[in-house]
Every structure is written in structure tokens, then in C-alpha cells.
Design a protein around this ligand. Sequence first.
Ligand code: DX5
Ligand code: ZN
Length: 226
Amino acid sequence: MVEISTSILSVKKGEESKTFFALEASKTDYFHIDVMDGKFVEKNTYQTMLEYASYIRRISNAPLDVHLMVEDIKKAVDDFSAVEPNIITFHLEACKDEKEVMETINYIKQNNCKVGISVKPNTNIEEVYQYLPYIHMCLVMTVEPGKGGQSYLSEMTEKVRTLKKYIDENQLEIDIEVDGGINLKTAPEVKKAGANILVAGTAILNAVDYKVIIDELKCPIGDVSL
Ligand code: DX5
Ligand code: ZN
């Protein structure tokens, strides 16, 4: 089953509350919270995302999918645990060694939260393999992290396919999430490659009807009329 995680990064100022209510009514499977610290990536969305996530937690039961693009992961886990996320994903590139990756996985689990690891476009997918038995999701970035509205990097389809093959061959039960440039054109190929959670920001927020676009993004492979 394919699920949709709506990124609220590009929500229009002044329309936050209206947008969050409409997304809730349209049954987004998750709210995707893009946390940026101004260090791991240039932009800083830290406080805004903390406010948005707390607000969404009050108005919706939909799970929060927190994507940390930060250097200080532990501090962000502490801060964002307050909004009771369903899953917290951190970047492999933000850890200095294997020990830190394992410590971070365990730290997130201690906060009663599922764990995801994300890889940037230039990171080889093989680098994440050793951690897969300990986590719930692998987030393959399909654009360079840092901002919304970028174009899908088509080379990432092969990366998703490779990861899916490895997961199946090793009988692991892990979600594959893709993030960046996902829309009605790019969704079919990435689903076919094996992704089962699609993050979409601008494609959903710019649509006339959130429910329609969410259903279209979800619909089974080959069922999309372009
Ligand atoms: C990029 C973020 C994404 C992104 C998604 O750093 O992780 O979640 O904003 O937005 P779109 O769908 O516009 O690419
Ligand atoms: Zn994201």
C-alpha cells in the first residue's frame, strides 16, 4: 500500500491553519515536518516547524513524520518528542561514525518513536544497509535537501530499485520513503521502483483539491492517466 506524507514546508504564511485543517480532512496519511537548522542545510525552519507540529498535533490524529535536516540530532529529538511524532528520520551524513548512528537509532527508540535514516542524493545506498535491521524506514532524498519545489533527480529511481531489491532479498520489513519533486509525473516510476511512502509538498499544496491529488498520487501503479 502506498501512503502519502504531505510536506508542510511550503505552506503559505497566513494560511497555515486553513491548510492544516484541509489536509486533515483530505486524509493525508502523515504530515511531513521538515526541520532545518541553518547548519546541515542553509535554511532554518526549526522554530516554525516546532510551532506547526504542535498545532497539527492539537487538531489532528494523523501521524507526524519528522524529517531532521540538522547537525545536533539529539537536541532535535528532545525538542520534537514533545509533539509525539510517529517517526523521526535523521540524516546518515549528520553522523560522524557508525557508533553515533547506532546511538542515535537507540536514542530515538527510547523516545517511543519509530526511526528512519535518510540519505542525500550523493550518498551510496549501500552505506545504509548495515543499519536496516534496526530501523523502520529508509528515506531516499530525490532532491538535494534544503528547499521545496525542486525537480526530481531521475537517477534516484535506480537507487530506490536497488534498495528495494536488497530489502526483499534480505526479508527485511522496512518502508521506503522518497522526498523531493514528487508529483503526478514522477510518482508512477518511483512507486514502481519500490517506494511505499511518498512525500509531496508543492504538488499537494498547489493543487486545487487536496483530496483528489492525494488519491491520485496514491493510486496503483499504471492507474494514472497523464
Ligand atoms: C526538502 C524537503 C522536502 C521538500 C518536499 O529538503 O525534505 O520535504 O520540501 O517538497 P516538494 O514536494 O516541493 O519537493
Ligand atoms: Zn523532507
